[in-house]
Write a protein that binds this ligand. Structure first.
Ligand code: CA
Length: 222
């Protein structure tokens, strides 16, 4: 899951980023509304955590702008204590939830999880593709009932491919969902990474789930 964190207080931003990364989220940060607008258009985030009081473009205006562009990414707004008007305005503008500062980090996590779940309502916790069974709650994958031992990143890639089965995923699509912006897009890391997942998933099975689409990327097919 890749999160955009828009918070201009650098200390708070780095605390949230660190905490989220410990929970294995990939987090990009930006510190003003202009950068946030640019990044939310460039990259398809799974959720955005958005402060209201921001330099250049405030959170409410930013949210209105991205919604008007058809970007439906779930947004968790951060509001100042007791700023009821901000909350109402935020929700009216298309925020999915809000959190009042100061907040407990655990509450941020819980609300973020709820938001991501809501966004994935069509996603059952156990997903099957032929003989592959993904338990998304336990983050486990099995083929023909045999547990496949995956790293956290391999699991994340597999889950992303399963949710997008029969769609070609470019290297950019994959890197955007699996890595944060510090990742070097020119590297062949994605190819190496897909090939290691493929080895674990498809070796020893006559049905190959991951296909290479020449010049385009990769696809998991049923
Ligand atoms: Ca602020």
């Amino acid at each position: 899951m890749r999160i955009l964190l828009v918070e201009d207080e650098h200390d708070l931003s780095s605390i949230i980023k660190k905490g989220l990364e410990e929970e294995r989220y990939n987090v990009d940060t930006c510190f003003d509304g202009e950068d946030a607008l640019f990044m939310s258009e460039e990259i398809s985030y799974d959720a955005i955590i958005l402060d209201i009081m921001l330099p250049k473009i405030n959170g409410i205006t930013l949210l209105r702008t991205i919604r008007s562009k058809g970007i439906a990414t779930p947004v968790l707004m951060l509001t100042a204590r007791d700023a009821l008007e901000d909350k109402v305005k935020g929700l009216d503008t298309g925020a999915d939830d809000y959190l009042t500062k100061p907040f407990e980090f655990n509450e941020l996590l819980a609300r973020l999880r709820a938001l991501l779940r809501r966004n994935l309502t069509q996603r059952a916790s156990v997903v099957k593709v032929r003989d592959l069974v993904l338990d998304t709650a336990r983050k486990e994958a099995r083929r023909k009932n045999v547990l496949i031992s995956l790293t956290a990143k391999e699991y994340a890639l597999l889950e992303y491919m399963v949710y997008n089965k029969n769609n070609v995923l470019s290297r950019t699509n994959i890197s955007e969902h699996i890595y944060d912006s510090s990742f070097d897009l020119d590297s062949n890391v994605i190819d190496v990474f897909v090939s290691s997942l493929r080895k674990k998933l498809d070796n020893n099975h006559s049905i190959k789930l991951i296909k290479t689409v020449r010049g385009a990327g990769y696809m998991l097919t049923d």
